[in-house]
Design a protein around this ligand. Structure first.
Ligand code: HPA
Ligand code: ZN
Length: 337
């Protein structure tokens, strides 16, 4: 029976978002509002002109705009407002738990102290459970196209704030910057009791995924889609049930995959990989968490049981305590029942 035009959209599945760069949630409207507040001139006439610049040939062409727009983020209030805007969107999309990346070096390089970034984000995240029904974690990423020494200095600068962090990660331009470059800083993070994740196998080769596992000792791989080129690597990821935080709309926008209909997500699930679906930089890539779920459902013909598996996987892969994990898994099972 066709649904009437006024029928409400079905409630989104409860889910955890595990691959989300807070700076990548900066919508054009907020970018202009913060620019005005901080007396910064953006090189775009208006929000529509900025949106028209969201056409990317590859990861680097996206990163150029992503870093340039961060110029509007200067004060604790700016970071708190950015996180509040994301949490409000995430709530609408069924997100119940969010593990949020931030890129301190992109801010300290512009003279914004790391404490301003972390305190601003933490101010929004501390009230998120009550205000939005979303539990949160913070993951501090190192920029892999900066030096190993810069990552070490960033980790030392973050030491007074480590109680606010759950994990460290590795992002930015991948090719030519293998995980092994960051062996030392990841060892320090593990010694400090932090979890570890790393972007690997997005544009970079399967060898980078091996390095992230064997040299950095990561708990999850971010992206990882290129693991499918290496049978032994797939076997390893399946055997250890290493989660992969896949970002389908990002993969299409950054031309990692030509067409969403050709995305390896179904093959990855069939192989037994612990795959999750995430939004990466939703302001730039055309959709938040549930938008990614709906896009893969429509382009790949995934049925509700597979979507439920993806939602379950997101909680299985999250840095949650076991009681909270079990509660979320029960909510997924009860959804729509
Ligand atoms: N890949 C690498 N670095 C990033 C990304 C990404 O998709 N988004 C923000 N920083
Ligand atoms: Zn990412």
């Amino acid at each position: 029976m066709p649904s009437s035009p006024s029928a409400p959209a079905p409630a989104p599945l409860p889910k955890a978002e595990l691959h989300l760069h807070i700076e990548g949630t900066l919508e054009p409207e907020l970018a202009f509002a913060l620019a005005r507040r901080n007396g910064i001139e953006l090189p775009y006439a208006d929000e529509d002109a900025l949106r028209r610049a969201y056409s990317f040939a590859d990861l680097q062409s996206f990163l150029n705009l992503y870093y340039a727009l961060m110029a509007v983020l200067r004060t604790e209030d700016d970071f708190a407002d950015l996180a509040h805007a994301y949490l409000a969107r995430a709530k609408e999309q069924g997100v119940r738990h969010a593990e949020i990346f931030f890129d301190p070096q992109a801010h300290t390089a512009r003279g914004v102290p790391i404490g301003t970034v972390i305190d601003g984000l933490a101010r929004a995240l501390d009230g998120a459970e009550e205000a939005y029904g979303i539990s949160t974690r913070l993951i501090m990423c190192f920029l892999r196209d900066e030096s190993a020494e810069s990552a070490l200095a960033t980790f030392e600068a973050a030491r007074p704030h480590l109680h606010r962090l759950t994990a460290v990660g590795l992002d930015s331009a991948e090719v030519g910057h293998p995980p092994s470059k960051f062996r030392e800083v990841f060892a320090l993070a593990r010694e400090a009791g932090l979890k570890c994740v790393a972007h690997a196998g997005e544009e970079g080769p399967p060898a980078y995924v091996w390095e992230a596992l064997d040299i950095l000792g990561v708990d999850r791989i971010d992206h990882g889609v290129r693991c499918m080129e290496d049978e032994q690597l797939v076997a390893r990821l399946v055997a250890d049930q290493v989660p992969l935080t896949v970002c389908p709309l990002s993969n299409v926008r950054l031309r990692v995959i030509d067409d969403l209909a050709d995305h390896p997500l179904p093959a990855m699930l069939d192989a037994g990989l612990l795959v999750t679906v995430n939004s990466d930089d939703p302001s730039y890539f055309g959709g938040y968490a549930e938008d990614n779920f709906r896009a893969v459902r429509d382009a790949l013909g995934l049925d509700q049981e597979i979507l439920r598996t993806l939602a379950r996987n997101s909680f299985r892969a999250a840095f949650l305590d076991e009681a909270a994990r079990a509660r979320h898994l029960r909510d997924v099972d009860a959804h729509g029942a």
